[in-house]
Structures are given as C-alpha cells and as structure tokens.
Write a protein that binds this ligand. Structure first.
Ligand code: HEM
Length: 409
C-alpha cells in the first residue's frame, strides 16, 4: 500500500544527544519519513533494517556526484549556504555510479582485500604498542581519542598511502574541522581548500618522486587517462585518507565507551581476548561510527517500505537505526559480545560497502586487545552524562573520551 507521510523529523541537538531513542520511535511510527538536516536540507530517512538494506542495494538510488549537486540545491530549505566542496575532491568512488564506480574501485580493490591487509598486522601492533607506551609514561588522566583512538588509524593510513610524517598534524586539523559538524563555517571551507591544495601538491610530488606507497601506485595508474583523470586521482587520495581514519577513531572510541560503562563485559573480554573479532562486529552494530549513510538520490519514484519517494529526492539510510531494529537483532539495545552480529550495516551494503572494512576490523582488533591488556584499571574519568557527541549526520562519535588509566575516579 502506498501512503504519504507528513511527519518531518528535525535532526537537531536533541537528536544527536540520543539518536537511538528517536530511531526507536520512528521504526514503529514512521519508518520512512521526511527529515530536516542541521544545514536545512530536506531529506527522506529510512530507519528499518529490511528497508535500509534494500535501499542500499537499489540502483535507482544514485550516488552520481554531478546530479547530486543539482538535487542538493533544490532541497536546501533554509537560507544557509551549502558547503562548496573543492571540485577536485569530489570525483571519488563514493560519489559515483557504475561504470565510473566500477573503474575507480577496481584500481584500489586489490590493495584492500583481507589477505593484503593481514600483512599489516605486525606494523599496526607496533604502532599501538608505542602509543600505549607513551600513555603509560604520561598523566593518569587522558583523552583516549587524542592519545590512542585517533593517532592509530591516522598513522596507519598515512603510512599506507605515503603521507610524510611532518604533514600529519596539519592534516589532522583539517579533517577535524571538516567533520566536526555539518555547518558551513568559514573554518570548514578554509580547511577544505587547504586540504585540496595539499593533496594536489602531494600528488605532484608522487609523480615526480614515486615511492613504494599506495598513492604512488594510484598516480602511476593515472598516467593512463582512460583509467583515472587528474581530479579523480586527488579525490581518491582524499577519500582514502579521510575515510581511513575519521571512522576507525570512533569504532575504538564508541566501543571503549560501551565497555567502560559495562565493567562485567569489559572483564569478560579481557579474560578472553579471542572474543575480540566478534566483539568488534558487535561494537559496529551497537554504536557504529557511521550514523547515516552518505547521500543518495532517487532517479525515479521509488517505493521504500510502502512509501513512495518521488524522483529527485535525497535519501539518507540510517545505518545506526537498522542495526538496532528488533526485527533483525533480538534485544538490540543490549551490548552482547557473544552475539552473531554479522549482517549489521555498519559498513554499509551493496556496491559501496566499505572498501576499508578489512583494515578497520584489523585496526579494531589490535586496538581493543592492546588497550585491555595494557590498562587493566582503565575507567571513565567523567560521568557518562557529561560526555558530548559530535553534531554530524555522518559520523557518530564523541567529542572527547576522558579516562583514568589508574582506575581512580
Ligand atoms: C565506504 C563505514 C573504515 C574506506 C563506507 C561506507 C560505510 C563505511 C558505511 C558506505 C557509505 C555509503 O554507502 O553511503 C566505515 C566504518 C569504518 C570504515 C564504520 C571503521 C570502523 C574505512 C577505512 C577505509 C575506508 C579504514 C580505508 C581506506 C572506504 C571507502 C568507501 C567506504 C573507499 C567507499 C566505497 C565505495 O564507494 O565503493 N565505509 N568505514 N573505510 N569506506 Fe569505510
């Protein structure tokens, strides 16, 4: 049965403070509904597991970046300006449909298979150990995001791609400004321009002095214009660098928060570290780093969960909500480290399923094993109610995670 739904959900501060509560209501009352993002974008929200999975696999929900720009302009209902992303950063696989998507993903696909990534374990363990050593030698109270959860994936992806050590601090500042909120601030626009310029220069440098790194290999592929254009080369570097660390930081942060709030589960995992890969899947299901999948738009009217979404509309698939749908995961609000969480949508689904999933899983595995083994007394340093979440529709992550390593409150 087709029906239209008049409810409009505001994705505002109250929503970011507790999206799971909002989603629980929506799944029962209006599973496919209109919503308004913080920058005044009118979108459709899909909150049930089956509908979410079907939408992610539906070719009528396009990710073509050029068409999306026009759709976005039509759907901005407030006077706020939209962020004008530097064009050369936009032409990446997550903003494309086949055949471009197929071509772009194939170029780097082999480097991200489970087998290729497994070879990185010793180096990731070394980086994690060094960070833990530094924490152990420092103050008893630290921000776990700053001292561990952020630098681990950041170092890994920069080494993999060949971003020089000296440039990483600047990079960190830009990505923080970029993903801190969805607001179109001057700071955000400036960060975007600075990053675009930095990546254009870095690509030129790799062309002049190729190394053994992945970016040099991508630049070499771009020598054949039919494989990768200059804009696509820079956009590929941008996507891999940003997707490569801004997400995993919150797998570690959200997962550690979930554990620190449940000392029995924390003790169980510490006693049985072989449970870690399964626990990582449950962290991704329970409070994954990506809240809503990236923008998709309808190329024709599409029925989702009994609601007809007209052509030319923006659809946001709520991965966090799908992962807590009781129709798919019994007792969804329980963190159950023994649970069979496979099938969660934390890495998306379909053609755009996360390319970096094997790397993120490996980083998560190493991170939780290291932190639990090295800091047996770790405890939250603040009341959980005092923790704040980022105001981003894409990223579900804390602004800080203060912990005490000696276990004192
Ligand atoms: C795509 C989540 C880590 C690279 C995606 C998507 C999700 C996701 C949900 C699909 C978005 C959509 O369809 O709208 C995550 C999570 C991570 C993580 C939760 C960490 C826990 C990584 C890492 C990399 C990476 C480490 C490494 C470079 C990518 C790329 C895409 C992608 C390139 C686009 C794939 C495509 O369009 O075909 N990720 N990601 N991600 N991710 Fe990840």
């Amino acid at each position: 049965m087709t029906r239209t739904d008049a409810t409009v959900v505001a994705l505002d501060e109250a929503f970011f403070a507790d999206p799971h509560a909002v989603y629980a209501t929506l799944r029962t009352t209006s599973p496919v509904t209109r919503a308004l993002t913080p920058v005044g974008l009118s979108v459709w929200l899909v909150t049930r597991y089956d509908d979410a999975r079907a939408a992610l696999a539906d070719p009528r929900l396009s990710k073509d970046g050029d068409r999306l720009a026009a759709v976005l302009d039509r759907h901005t209902v407030t006077s706020q300006r939209r962020v004008s992303l530097a064009a050369e950063l936009l032409r990446h696989m997550l903003n494309s449909d086949p055949p471009d998507h197929t071509r772009l993903r194939k170029l780097v696909g082999r480097a991200f298979t489970v087998r290729a990534i497994a070879g990185l374990r010793p180096r990731i363990e070394q980086i994690a150990t060094e960070l833990a050593d530094r924490m152990a030698a420092g103050p008893a109270e630290v921000d776990l995001l700053d001292t561990f959860a952020f630098p681990l994936p950041m170092t890994v992806i920069c080494e993999l791609l060949g971003v020089p050590d000296v440039d990483r601090t600047a990079f960190r500042g830009w990505t923080r400004s970029l993903l801190a909120t969805d607001d179109d601030t001057l700071e955000r626009t400036a960060a975007m321009a600075a990053m675009a310029q930095y990546l254009v220069d870095l690509v030129a440098d790799k062309r002049a002095r190729p190394g053994e790194d992945m970016l040099s290999a991508i630049v070499a592929a771009s020598e054949h214009a039919d494989r990768l254009s200059p804009d696509e080369t820079v956009a590929m570097a941008f996507l891999l660098l940003v997707a490569g660390h801004e997400t995993t930081v919150n797998l570690i942060g959200n997962g550690m928060l979930a554990l620190l709030r449940r000392p029995d589960r924390l003790a169980g995992l510490r006693a049985d570290p072989d449970l870690t890969p399964r626990a990582v899947e449950e962290f991704l299901r329970f409070d994954g780093p990506v809240d809503l999948a990236t923008f998709r738009h309808t190329t024709e009217p599409v029925e989702i969960g009994g609601v007809t979404v007209p052509a030319g509309e923006i659809v946001l698939v709520a991965l966090s909500s799908a992962n807590r749908d009781p129709a798919r995961f019994p007792d969804p609000d329980e963190l159950d480290l023994q649970r069979e969480a496979a099938g969660h949508l934390g890495f998306g689904f379909g053609l755009h399923h996360c390319l970096g999933a094997p790397l993120a899983r490996l980083e998560g595995d190493v991170a939780f094993r290291t932190l639990l083994a090295r800091f047996p007394a770790m405890a939250l340093a603040v009341d959980p109610a005092a923790l704040t979440w980022r105001s981003s529709i894409l990223i579900r992550g804390l602004t800080r995670l203060p912990v005490r390593l000696d276990g004192q409150q």
